[in-house]
Design a protein around this ligand. Structure first.
Ligand SMILES: [Zn+2]
Length: 341
């Protein structure tokens, strides 16, 4: 039987070809002249960015554009530095924006990071339109829109509003059990020096250490510049999903509302597969492994081994979590069929 080490980009390439080679070829052919708009919908921390990155890796990154709405708004300061660039932006907004506050007031709020003035949805849309116009007609993965129920109507006409109406559009719903999101947050650690994130349970570094006093294992940063820094949990992560519960509930409400909408194409992705039926649908190497550590008392040597990670889904059924590449295989196949290729 074929098996692939999915954390390795070269192996992943072979895996995508093996599982969905035909669809990848068709999508590449389509993207030579065509494009699409895909709206990614999933609760916060459901891996939207990762999935679109891996999709781009599989079909060719030069034709795919990940449009993160949060990043567009946050990064305006860095992108628009000179007075000339600011005037260009203003001219664009004067032409494309209509909404409840003036362009001047909205720009003032944006550049002075004035959090009291709420940027209107219409203004965000105009900023996104500018990004998309500059993308070179790439296929777009929209990440972070709609963020609330007020934006839902805009989102179903997003393609037209963005002047992308000649291209197909569809919504991608990502179903991730809350426990998976919560456990991922709880296991997360970062390097205090370079801030690189890892997970003691799900994504380890090469070197593992052991704290005698606390009787616990810890990760050592891989970055040579960090000089063996001990990675630590972020404050608040021990509460898992709880601090972002309101956000997650809103994300789910938005998803439910869009699922009931007619006239839009929908793709459904599942991160979790019930253990009871996993054999019929997935291969062992597609399951997210969990790391366990053991330490030999005498030599102090630490050994690492993996077991398939299992969690209860929202219906309390025991599930495996698919590795991102496994989810993306489903995305590739469904996009190919949604585009009618
Ligand atoms: Zn580091």
């Amino acid at each position: 039987m074929q098996a692939f080490a999915l954390e390795d980009p070269a192996e992943r390439k072979k895996y995508f070809e093996y599982k969905a080679g035909e669809e990848i070829e068709k999508i590449r052919e389509f993207l030579r002249h065509g494009s699409f708009v895909a709206s990614l919908l999933g609760p916060k921390n459901s891996g939207k960015g990762t999935y679109s990155k891996l999709f781009a890796e599989a079909v060719g990154a030069d034709r795919i554009f990940h449009l993160s709405v949060g990043d567009v708004v946050r990064n305006v300061h860095e992108k628009v530095k000179s007075e000339e660039e600011k005037q260009n932006l203003k001219a664009f907004l004067n032409e494309h924006y209509r909404g409840p506050i003036s362009v001047d007031d909205a720009m003032k709020a944006l550049f002075e990071r004035d959090t009291k003035t709420l940027l209107p949805d219409e203004f965000i849309l105009a900023l996104l339109k500018r990004e998309m116009k500059n993308s070179g007609n790439k296929a777009i993965f929209v990440d972070g829109f709609p963020r609330n129920l007020d934006q839902v109507s805009y989102s179903i006409y997003f393609r037209s509003l963005m002047d992308y109406q000649d291209n197909p559009d569809f919504f991608v719903f990502i179903d991730v059990p809350e426990n998976i999101i919560s456990e991922r947050i709880k296991a997360r650690v970062i390097c205090p020096k370079c801030n690189v994130p890892r997970s003691l349970k799900l994504l380890k570094t090469k070197e593992v250490g052991y704290d005698e006093a606390k009787k616990e294992f810890y990760l050592i940063c891989d970055n040579p510049g960090c000089d063996g820094a001990r990675m630590v949990p972020k404050e608040g992560d021990e509460f898992g999903i709880e601090p972002i519960r309101a956000r997650i509930e809103m994300d789910k409400k938005v998803m439910r509302m869009l699922m009931d909408m007619h006239g839009i194409s929908k793709i459904y992705l599942r991160n979790a597969v019930p253990v009871s039926v996993a054999k019929d649908y997935i291969d062992d190497y597609e399951i997210t492994p969990m790391y366990r550590y053991e330490r030999d008392e005498k030599s102090g040597k630490i050994s690492t081994f993996t077991v398939p990670w299992t969690v209860n889904d929202d219906e309390k059924e025991l599930c495996y979590s698919l590795l991102p590449a496994g989810v993306v295989t489903g995305l590739i196949k469904q996009i190919s069929s949604t585009l009618g290729l």
